[in-house]
Design a protein around this ligand. Structure first.
Ligand code: ZN
Length: 138
């Protein structure tokens, strides 16, 4: 039985400058559509001012993530890049996080912990973001 490759490009709309969008169901749907039961799913965000992370989706924790981002890289900070483009804070937060995430796929679903939801972290929205999903397996 050969290895199959399924690719899908998804658009994710964000609604504020710094935003968190739970994209777990989008990726689970892409895996279902792929028909691949065993393998891996690669998720990749082709952007320099948005990132991916996997963690618990709980309303208070969402506010804690946003507060952490603000402590790490304040929006009102002084940054060199702002002389040409007013979004240095968004680039810096993105550099600290990841643009890709890989999950094992088992029985047609992502393998993830109970509290692992996949988030798109927007740092320079609102925008339409491109998420690339590649599912490999059989
Ligand atoms: Zn920029």
């Amino acid at each position: 039985m050969g290895c199959r490759v399924y690719t899908k490009e998804l658009e994710v709309r964000t609604s504020k400058r710094r935003d968190l969008v739970n994209i777990t169901d989008l990726v689970e749907s892409a895996v279902r559509e792929s028909g691949i039961r065993e393998g891996i799913a690669i998720t990749f965000l082709s952007h320099a001012t948005a990132a991916l992370f996997a963690n618990e989706d709980e309303p208070r924790l969402r506010r804690d993530y946003v507060a952490l981002f603000e402590r790490l890289v304040p929006q009102s900070g002084q940054y060199e890049h702002n002389a040409i483009d007013d979004n240095a804070d968004a680039h810096l937060l993105t550099a600290l996080l990841k643009q890709f995430y890989v999950f094992p796929v088992k029985e047609g679903r992502l393998v993830r912990g109970t509290w692992q939801e996949l988030f798109l972290a927007e740092f320079d929205g609102p925008r339409a973001r491109r998420l690339h999903v590649v599912v490999l397996g059989s």
